[in-house]
Design a protein around this ligand. Structure first.
Ligand code: 26Q
Length: 823
């Protein structure tokens, strides 16, 4: 009978319209006469979601039935952006829905704008996780994401008088049609307490250790369907955990009349998943963060183990059924937690358990910068997770024993590879634990993967051998970053390549090279760029009030604000250009390529220097955009509140984008890939994945400059006594010091970090070479424009390698040993 009632798929416009009206009238309890854009967005989402849920169920059923190995991608952050547009594109329903919605009296674009971004991540690492989920589903892998359902995502940024001001991002205001609460899936998670020795079984003399938790919260599951691309593709799952009180009152308090206190303590449980830490590439070492990490790790492992147990296989087969990938060290507690479950709760021997742990876990490193490496003071650990700390000590003990056998007497080596840092206070080094407890460690771009072996993991490479370490260069999903962000370019490409196949086989872009001589194609290419620049100009006008001219060269740097990413160098370059213009006659000015420098990005709220950089950019904007002598040639804007949906508008509009980190500091970068895929060229250092982009698209198509990573240490050492500023930078500093851009005191720390505090990011050394690259850009852009367009087309044609599909396939083969689901 149930088959008769099984819900029908959306196949026609009529199906969608029926579902839409039904959701307005029942789920939303509104009348169609009283349906505004927000309600229409919600009804559309619910209709699309229904379709996804049916597919989701089928996918999960198939996965359970086939019982193949599954991958669990553990990420503390998922920067999903908006869901509805992506779901329509991936299911192939966008065109019919657009028509339906318009027949119902709405514009699809308006409805899309109603959706808040899902911004539960900081930057690159969180967005990478989102791209990988898209590829897992598209390629048919049985792979889930596990994360935290923060109630407050990354703060929203406003600019007030040029300063960043942070506002809470409560993204759940209007209920969220994209999540399904799984009230039936709740697990207890314990904290604090103590370790007890108990008989291994009742009456036995042999003892074992168990953890008696002191405070308990519940982890409640929320599921987000992740649709793959293609009419019949799978729908995978992203499971996010939310903390809830257990409702087990402290009866001692309760009875002693402290009713209020007893309830309050319980309510505090919810603070665990309240807010995402807004630091990017910086370890602040806060206890609540460790609590979040354990909460998420314990709940996810519980879930994974419950699923494994259903198959009634012996434990030793666990690694054949389960792969756990650590997205950076944030989920490293998976290692001691799995060991604890296997030894303390399931009764396996230490060695049996450890083999299982190591075979199951893989670790992806995203940074070599010391300040970003997670370390936890033993005191915090001891208090919060006493049994885990013991297990970590044991892991370390056995590990160091094996090291000392292999390298007797090498104390420096022992100190460096130990999980415990003998500092004051002593700390747990999570990166070392992650390497020791996993079977494979990868970096995220070729250069970065080489560098981790030479720097932070040099000694661990000695111990384990180089084969444990490798590279998987990051990738991006062409569905969101081409089709969704740049529909006009996608359409033009489809028209030449005869369809959309390239969106799931990005190497097909290579065929675009056939059209390098095709005048009509090239002029359409240019039209698309102009369209995208105009689209961005409108956004800029809305958000800043500034009017920028789409005929200018658009030079864009959008990413988290960080000294290592060197937005300060960019703005110094802008100032230099301004001073040049000012010193020219009106006639001479005409020789300049008109340019607008566009910035966006958030600074961590506690990152003083980053906030100064934002202020300087805004002050410079104000001066430049209001200077009648120069504003026809040079403008500057800071777009507030950079996020995924803004990136979708900003990125397709670039002529040039900046990826100018100090060589050796940016692990990969992924926006560099997004910009090139959207027909913009790069100015950049030989850092992260830019090295490989240059390899793929041809060095002649990238404006490279600056010192190479292997020379950075030497250059830094030369600063020890004295930093010599080139006269170009000296001129810029003089102008800033002379209050040309407002009160110079505000920028003194920024300038002093370069001229007096040894210029760690070697801005002074790279500045002239940066200016020279900028000069070459002007010359090329201003010159024969056909050459420019050919560079762009050639670049796009050679970007196939940077698809997240390729990246995910490499993980599957090299690290997880899984194949796509056989249907
Ligand atoms: C660590 C400890 C305590 C608090 C916060 C953190 C923390 C939070 C976020 C550490 C790092 C991050 C995020 C790092 C990140 O986004 N890294 C970027 O990852 C991208 C994907 O691999 C790379 O492309 C970028 O180069 C890298 O910076």
């Amino acid at each position: 009978i149930w088959k008769k009632f099984a819900r029908k798929d959306i196949k026609t416009k009529e199906d969608f319209e029926k579902d839409f009206v039904n959701h307005v009238e029942t789920s939303l309890a509104r009348s169609m006469y009283n349906c505004d854009n927000l309600a229409a967005y919600q009804a559309s989402s619910l209709a699309i979601r229904d379709k996804l849920i049916i597919k989701w169920n089928q996918t999960q059923q198939t996965q359970t039935m086939l019982d193949q190995k599954r991958v669990y991608y553990m990420s503390f952050e998922f920067l999903m952006g908006r869901a509805m547009d992506n779901a329509m594109i991936n299911t192939g329903l966008r065109t019919p829905i657009k028509e339906s919605v318009s027949e119902l009296g709405f514009s699809l674009e308006d409805l899309i704008e109603e959706e808040p971004d899902i911004s539960i991540g900081n930057g690159g690492l969180g967005r990478l996780a989102a791209c990988y989920l898209d590829s897992f589903a598209t390629l048919n892998y049985a792979a889930w994401g596990y994360g935290i359902r923060y109630e407050y995502g990354i703060f929203s940024q406003k600019i007030v008088n040029g300063y960043q001001v942070e506002y809470p991002d409560y993204w759940l205001t209007y209920s969220n049609p994209w999540e399904i609460v799984r009230t039936e899936i709740q697990y207890p998670v314990d904290f604090y307490g103590y370790v007890e020795e108990v008989p291994v079984y009742e009456g036995a003399t042999e003892k074992k250790k168990v953890w008696v938790g002191g405070e308990r919260v519940l982890a409640l599951a929320y599921d987000f369907p992740v649709p793959g691309y293609g009419a019949d593709a799978n729908v995978n799952n992203l499971r996010l955990w939310s903390a809830r009180p257990t409702h087990e009152f402290d009866f001692a308090k309760f009875n002693s009349g402290e009713y209020q206190n007893s309830v309050e303590a319980q309510q505090r449980a919810e603070s665990i998943t309240a807010v995402l830490y807004p630091n990017d590439n910086f370890d602040a070492g806060k206890e609540l963060r460790l609590k979040q990490q354990y909460f998420w790790v314990a709940a996810s492992l519980h879930d994974i183990i419950r699923r494994f147990k259903k198959s009634k296989r012996p434990w030793r087969e666990f690694p054949d059924q389960v792969a756990i990938q650590l997205n950076d060290t944030h989920p490293t507690l998976c290692i001691p937690e799995l060991q604890r479950v296997l030894v303390d709760l399931e009764g396996l021997s230490w060695d049996e358990a450890w083999k299982i742990v190591v075979r199951t876990v893989g670790y992806t490193n995203h940074t070599v910068m010391q300040e970003a490496l997670e370390k936890w003071p033993l005191t915090i650990f001891q208090k919060l997770l006493p049994r885990h700390l013991e297990i970590i000590y044991d892991i370390n003990f056995y590990f160091l024993q094996s090291v000392s056998k292999k390298f007797p007497g090498d104390n420096n080596l022992m100190t460096s590879v130990s999980i415990i840092e003998e500092s004051n206070p002593k700390q747990v080094k999570m990166a070392n634990l992650a390497v020791i407890g996993s079977h494979y460690v990868n970096g995220v771009a070729a250069l970065h993967s080489d560098l981790i072996k030479l720097t932070i993991f040099k000694d661990l490479v000695k111990v384990f051998g180089g084969d444990k370490f490798g590279n998987v260069t990051n990738g991006i999903t062409p569905r969101r970053w081409l089709k969704q962000a740049n529909p006009k370019l996608a359409e033009l490409i489809s028209s030449k390549l005869g369809g959309d196949e390239y969106l799931s086989d990005l190497n097909l872009l290579k065929n675009l090279e056939k059209y390098l001589e095709d005048k009509e194609f090239k002029s359409k290419w240019q039209e698309v760029k102009t369209f995208n620049k105009t689209r961005l100009s409108k956004l800029v006008k809305d958000l800043t009030g500034y009017e920028i001219d789409p005929t200018f060269l658009f030079d864009i740097q959008v990413k988290r604000i960080h000294e290592y990413k060197r937005q300060q160098m960019n703005i110094f370059g802008v100032i230099y250009r301004y001073l040049q213009l000012k010193s020219c006659s009106p006639e001479e000015r005409k020789k300049f390529q008109p340019k607008v420098s566009i910035f966006a990005g958030k600074a961590a709220p506690g990152y003083y220097m980053a906030k100064r950089i934002i202020k300087l950019i805004n002050n410079v904007s104000q001066v430049l955009n209001n200077d009648p002598e120069t504003r026809e040639y040079l403008q500057c804007v800071f777009i507030p509140d950079y996020n995924v949906s803004k990136a979708e508008i900003i990125i397709p509009a670039s002529d040039i984008s900046e990826h100018i980190s100090t060589a050796g500091t940016e692990a990969s970068g992924t926006s560099n890939m997004k910009f090139v895929l959207n027909a913009g060229l790069l100015i950049g250092t030989l850092d992260g994945a830019t090295v490989e982009i240059a390899r793929e698209i041809g060095e002649e198509n990238v404006f490279l400059f600056g010192h190479l990573s292997e020379n950075v240490d030497k250059v830094r050492a030369s600063h020890l006594f004295d930093v010599k500023l080139p006269s170009s930078l000296e001129t810029v500093f003089q102008a800033i010091d002379g209050d040309v851009f407002g009160d110079s005191h505000e920028f003194k720390p920024l300038l002093d970090s370069i001229r007096h505090h040894s210029d760690f990011y070697i801005v002074s050394d790279d500045f002239n070479s940066y200016l020279e690259a900028q000069r070459l850009i002007d010359e090329t852009f201003k010159g024969d424009h056909d050459i420019w367009i050919r560079k762009c087309i050639t670049s796009v044609a050679n970007m196939g390698f940077f698809s997240s599909d390729r990246a995910v396939e490499e993980y599957a083969e090299m690290i997880w040993n899984i194949e796509p689901l056989s249907k």
